[in-house]
Ligand binder design. Structure first.
Ligand code: TRP
Length: 344
């Protein structure tokens, strides 16, 4: 898989992605990110980060930040990211993320960053009161990716615009420094079932940990009973499961449940509809709940085990940071040269 827009790029194909350190991971995080991270290990060299520098853009949380990082690291590993094959590390442990961000601050244009819709959403009405860091968030994200010359970035649909910005920054850096293929133009990997997991109660809203009702989401730590009751109470309609995809039109909640089933079992939506088409939700929902519980309960148990033993988890993260730094530091040294910075 080479990038059609940049066939001349000769560097290795490499995956990079990151997640914010957050407790309260849910099914959307699992299907939208973790499950994909796991699968990509079979095809690429993968580097997975927990982005604590991004987390502080919306406010400090010194007491909990480290434990939030550990929780996400545990989720990566419990889901199947193998720290021996892939690199798992905490962003702030590799100082070069900050260094490359500054250089990219001098490449990115105000107009490009001002266009970012996520900033507008997060800053809300009073953008003047948000941190400069929140505004600069997507530039730090570009530095995350390009510090490793990553070529492929698995992300949710909502990160597409940030990936475009990363490509624009890479392209402008290459042009400005007369280094045509220095940075790859990183490509988002978004496709596949599970790209967008919606609220169990409202098919027009994303499943989110900030939704006030816990019934709208399946948490990674929910037990089988909680999963069964949430799925049973999930919004559907009076019609049976449709026999084909056309029958999902205008039925966002049904489409979401079928999509979840397909993503969890790694089957196609068509395949799931062939099995359940014409059956009622009294049949489909218990089957879905059982499948989910069977998938998630070993992950939850493994997360508990990993977070209980912080010494071992921290050792894995230290090793990950060393592996990440071994890739990042030579690239950063090249960047310094290309930019003409003082050779200290
Ligand atoms: N902004 C991403 C998100 O909220 C997280 C992130 C930070 C990221 N740095 C990244 C994702 C680099 C991919 C690559 O989902």
């Amino acid at each position: 898989m080479t990038d059609a827009a940049q066939p001349q790029y000769k560097g290795p194909q490499r995956v990079f992605s990151g997640m914010q350190p957050t407790n309260g991971l849910h099914l959307g995080n699992y299907l939208g990110a973790l499950q994909k991270f796991v699968r990509l290990q079979d095809h690429y060299e993968c580097i997975y980060c927990i982005v604590d520098l991004h987390a502080i853009t919306t406010g400090p949380d010194p007491e909990n930040l480290a434990s939030r990082c550990r929780e996400v690291a545990a989720a990566y590993i419990a889901a199947g990211v193998d720290p021996k094959r892939s690199t798992i590390f905490i962003q702030s442990a590799v100082r070069e993320h900050n260094e490359l961000t500054w250089i990219f601050n001098c490449v990115a244009r105000m107009g490009w960053v001002e266009r970012m819709t996520q900033f507008k959403d997060k800053a809300g009405k009073d953008a003047q009161r948000s941190s400069v860091g929140l505004f600069d968030y997507p530039v730090l994200q570009a530095a995350d990716i390009l510090l490793y010359k990553a070529t492929h970035v698995p992300v949710g649909e909502d990160q597409k615009q940030h990936l475009e910005l990363s490509r624009d920054i890479a392209q402008k850096f290459n042009n400005d420094h007369n280094a045509p293929n220095f940075f790859p133009l990183p490509e988002p990997l978004i496709q596949g079932p599970g790209a967008r997991i919606m609220s169990l109660r409202d098919g027009s809203k994303k499943m989110s940990k900030s939704d006030p009702s816990d019934m709208t989401r399946i948490n990674l730590t929910d037990d089988a009973d909680a999963i069964m009751s949430k799925i049973k109470k999930a919004t559907t309609d009076a019609h049976p499961v449709p026999e084909s995809k056309d029958g999902l039109e205008g039925r966002a909640e049904v489409e979401n449940l079928v999509g979840i089933f397909a993503a969890v079992t790694e089957r196609s939506v068509e395949d799931v509809l062939t099995e359940f088409g014409g059956k009622g939700f009294g049949v489909f929902k218990p089957a879905l709940a059982e499948t989910l519980a069977a998938k998630l309960s070993p992950i939850a148990a493994e997360m508990r085990r990993l977070t209980a033993d912080t010494a071992s988890l921290d050792a894995i993260l230290k090793d990950g940071a060393e592996k990440a730094a071994a890739v990042a530091q030579p690239i950063m040294a090249e960047v310094r040269d290309v930019v003409g910075l003082w050779r200290a």
